[in-house]
Design a protein around this ligand. Structure first.
Ligand code: BG6
Length: 495
């Protein structure tokens, strides 16, 4: 069923996110017949574009980034009729009548009041000012139809996230606010819920009695991609751990929901964040490791170190790699370490979760078996591989009792990979449908900040002495290996 009539206003309409992700996602929804029967999209920006020029710019983005490419020329004309450009300065309150005018025009044309969605794809410092001006429009008191979508980063720390929540909630009801974390829209991340709660097989093992430890890796092979200015105010811990990785952790560790109601799922997830043990300020070095890449080579090409990147302070103390060890203090997870890591310019792009099971309680096999003794692992690969793999031991055929580890793998095959919607497609559709299940509630965002604040504060007050400390194409600093080796574990790089 298609969503109801909707108008989307995209602030940052001439920006990168819209060019690479939002318009391609909306276009794919259109091709897959998921867009409402009646819809309009207005890109808002300060640059001067005629509608025609704007369409040309967006089509260029679609050619480069759209999941579905083959049909673009055929349907682009139909789609682009729904798209217009509003040149306005988000800081200029007097210009906001352009928004109400367009809504009135569409209302008259369609004979119905549509959903009005404001997508803030702008730099975080612009969010309060735009949101305040939107809040002053009568439109925003319509709790059922008017929604605001806020991109990450949501705040810069706990205090600023709290202030932003307070500001937004002064103008919008919580059900109108859609805080986006695009990892939650990824098919393979949503599939964690299906794997865990649509099967009776795994859940009995999914706890401290059977699981030795959990690893979450979100490795990136790209470097800064020209985002020096942004990254200098962020760093890997803020950019990836506070949001994407902690959200994945919540999906893996949450209790079973009673229903798929948005608040039910979000309550169960936020319980995990509340249960994560606070890292004591003097123990941060035992729980977290930071890294920054040096110059080196990447696929045979020379690349500059982080401190030489454009827009970066030559003595920057910003982390381009972060690893941490967390414990969840609850009945299910007591004592199970959860290791997470992420970084730029790592050896490969790979996001995966591994649940390492405990060894069998007794090894009755001949001593030769010791060398090949592996404990079971369940690996959920999020991207670019999209599979779930269970490793276990079998007897190698032959006259000796020799063991071999083998994998049983479910893979989204190539065909369904093509059909798997991009994260932004799923999330934009959810916004139009008013389904907030895959979005972050205000308290979740703050709870996630609380988890990382001790690390952030420690890192900010103690400048690193060893930066840069890892080379491009490596798996990060040695200290990250030591972090996990202290409990006898090792990172699984390629599951
Ligand atoms: C974004 C971060 O949220 O996620 C980027 O700001 C990062 O730094 C990106 O590269 C990774 O997203 P994906 O979907 O490519 O894994």
């Amino acid at each position: 069923k298609r969503p109801p009539a909707s108008i989307l206003f995209i602030f940052g309409g001439s920006g990168d996110l819209n060019y690479r992700k939002l318009t391609p996602a909306l276009y794919n929804l259109f091709l897959d017949e998921w867009m409402p029967e009646k819809f309009a999209i207005a890109g808002i920006g300060r640059s001067a574009y005629s509608n025609e020029e704007y369409h040309g710019h967006l089509l260029d983005g679609i050619t480069k980034f759209s999941r579905r490419k083959d049909e673009q020329n055929e349907h682009w004309g139909d789609f682009s009729q729904h798209v217009s450009y509003l040149q306005m300065d988000g800081d200029d309150a007097a210009a906001y009548h352009k928004i109400t005018d367009l809504v009135k025009e569409k209302e008259a044309e369609w004979g119905q009041h549509p959903n009005v969605i404001f997508y803030l794809a702008v730099a975080p410092q612009l969010v309060p000012s735009i949101a305040t001006k939107l809040g002053a429009l009568n439109l925003c008191s319509d709790v059922h139809c008017t929604r605001i979508v806020v991109e990450k980063p949501f705040g810069h720390d706990l205090k600023s996230a709290h202030e932003l929540n307070a500001l937004l909630s002064g103008m919008f009801k919580e059900e109108q606010i859609f805080r986006i974390d695009h990892y939650l829209g990824k098919e393979t991340v949503q599939n964690i819920l299906a794997l865990r709660f649509a099967n009776a097989l795994f859940e009995p093992l999914w706890n401290r009695n059977y699981i030795d430890h959990i690893q979450i890796t979100a490795a990136e092979s790209v470097g800064l991609e020209g985002r020096g200015g942004y990254f200098e105010n962020s760093g890997a811990l803020r950019d990836m751990v506070q949001n994407h990785i902690l959200q994945i952790l919540c999906m893996v560790a949450m209790e079973a929901p009673v229903s798929f109601d948005a608040n039910e799922i979000r309550n169960k997830k936020v319980d995990v964040l509340h249960a994560i043990r606070r890292i004591a300020p003097d123990k941060v070095h035992e729980h977290a490791v930071r890294g920054q890449y040096s110059s080196g080579t990447k696929k045979g090409e020379n690349v500059v170190g982080y401190r030489e990147e454009k827009g970066v302070n030559p003595e920057s103390a910003i982390d381009t790699f972060a690893a941490a060890k967390f414990y969840i203090d609850n009945w299910r997870w007591q004592g199970v370490p959860i290791y997470v890591r992420t970084g730029k310019y790592l050896n490969q792009k790979a996001t995966h979760i591994t649940l390492q099971f405990k060894s069998p309680p007794h090894n009755a096999f001949p001593s030769e078996a010791e060398d090949v003794w592996h404990s079971n692992k369940l690996t959920i690969s999020i991207q670019p591989e999209m599979d779930i793999s269970l490793s276990f031991q079998v007897k190698r055929p032959g006259q000796t009792m020799t063991l071999d580890p083998v994998n049983m793998t479910f893979s989204y095959d190539d065909a369904s990979k093509d059909h798997a919607p991009e994260a932004y497609e799923t999330l934009l559709l959810d916004v139009m449908e008013g389904d907030a299940t895959l979005f972050m509630r205000g308290d979740q965002v703050e709870a996630a900040w609380k988890v990382i604040m001790p690390i952030l504060e420690n890192w900010e007050s103690n400048k690193p002495t060893d930066f840069p400390n890892y080379a491009p194409e490596s798996w990060g600093p040695d200290a990250a290996d030591q972090l996990i080796a202290r409990e006898g574990h090792a990172w699984i790089n390629t599951p």
